[in-house]
Write a protein that binds this ligand. Structure first.
Ligand code: PBG
Length: 328
């Protein structure tokens, strides 16, 4: 005789929804937004089907659409013109730069939208690296000075949260210190604290045309600053240090391959944990669905649920609009 029948709680849709432990809602998402210079531009990113770069005017329209769908946070990335790239991040701290104008353009049309900004030098670097290159290495401390100025410039333009994605040591401390010193007490920091040197960033680097170039001694895969995918304990070390230095939200990136890390981090910290489901994860599913090999919506929901179940409080995802359309 069987007394414990687990299938009782699976018999109907109503009971299944009652005992479900994890759910997905529009408020879970941070929407990455790619911005380009120009007017009337909406360019599809070749390796990211149905995902676009927008000029500021069409970005404003997109922002209003996101808001109307209940998507209330965006993470901004800019595609910088080649002639503005150098090895010092000059354009990154230009008060009239594309990022700075994009922040203002969003706040003009949708002041309540939570605006997060990417803080890293790669889109501005002629070498495609997140830091300043000299003597065959990425210069950690010199990069931090620019990152702090960059974060300050985003804050001054109206960003709510700055999101350093560079993986230099000590950058959270430098950014927090400068923000405090300049009176930006309420500008938050979402730190990419456990960011791995992942091959899943390929489509993103297409989107911004920011892929690293060939350099002697400096690996193109960013392994001298981003983390080794083989390491688990190190993610906790990185994350705890970033919290100590002043991070308000910490992040694990990429998502699906790193769900053990997500759970470890969630259990180890008392701040909100974000997960970035990255461009390569998006591209893989879009490609398989295009071929008819996977059920797009079902796999998308399963992946996002799994990321939340692993411990994410919030997810940066290119699927945000697809999800809201599906569940509403
Ligand atoms: C910039 C940055 C990257 C991503 C987010 N911020 C690329 C990189 O580190 O090379 C990747 C996001 C994605 O793949 O979706 N430092």
């Amino acid at each position: 005789m069987i007394l414990r029948r687990n299938r009782r709680l699976r018999t109907t849709q109503a009971i299944r929804s009652l005992v479900r432990e994890t759910s997905i809602a529009p408020t879970d998402f941070i929407v990455p937004v790619f911005v380009v210079e120009g007017q009337g531009i909406k360019q599809e990113i070749p390796s990211m089907p149905n995902y676009y770069r927008y000029s500021l005017d069409l970005m404003q329209k997109e922002i209003l659409e996101l808001w109307s769908m209940g998507l209330k946070s965006v993470l901004l990335f800019v595609k910088v013109a080649e002639h503005l790239k150098d090895n010092k991040g000059t354009e990154a701290i230009n008060p009239q730069g594309l990022m700075q104008r994009a922040i203002k353009a969003i706040k003009d049309v949708c002041p309540d939208m939570l605006v997060m900004t990417d803080v890293a030098l790669d889109p501005y670097s002629k070498y495609g690296h997140d830091g300043i290159v000299a003597h065959g290495v990425i210069q950690n401390d010199a990069t931090n000075n620019v990152l702090a100025e960059m974060a300050l410039s985003h804050a001054a333009s109206g960003a709510d949260i700055v999101a350093p994605s560079d993986m230099m040591d000590g950058r959270i401390f430098d950014i927090r210190s400068l923000l405090e010193q300049e009176g930006f007490h309420n500008t938050g920091i979402m730190s990419y604290s456990a960011k791995y040197a992942s091959a899943f960033y390929g489509p993103f680097r297409d989107a911004l045309q920011s892929a690293p170039v060939d350099l002697k001694n400096i690996p193109k895969d960013k392994q001298t600053y981003q983390m080794d995918p083989a390491n688990r304990k190190e993610a906790i070390k990185e994350t705890l240090m970033d919290i100590e230095e002043g991070a308000d939200i910490v992040m694990v990136k990429p998502g699906l391959c790193y769900l053990d890390i997500v759970r470890d981090v969630r259990d180890a910290v008392n701040v909100p944990v974000a997960v970035y489901q990255v461009s390569g994860e998006y591209a893989m599913l879009k490609a398989a669905a295009e071929k008819g090999w996977l059920d797009h919506d079902a796999v998308m929901m399963e992946q996002l649920l799994s990321i939340k179940r692993a411990g994410a409080h919030m997810i940066a995802s290119y699927f945000a609009k697809d999800v809201v359309r599906l569940i509403s």
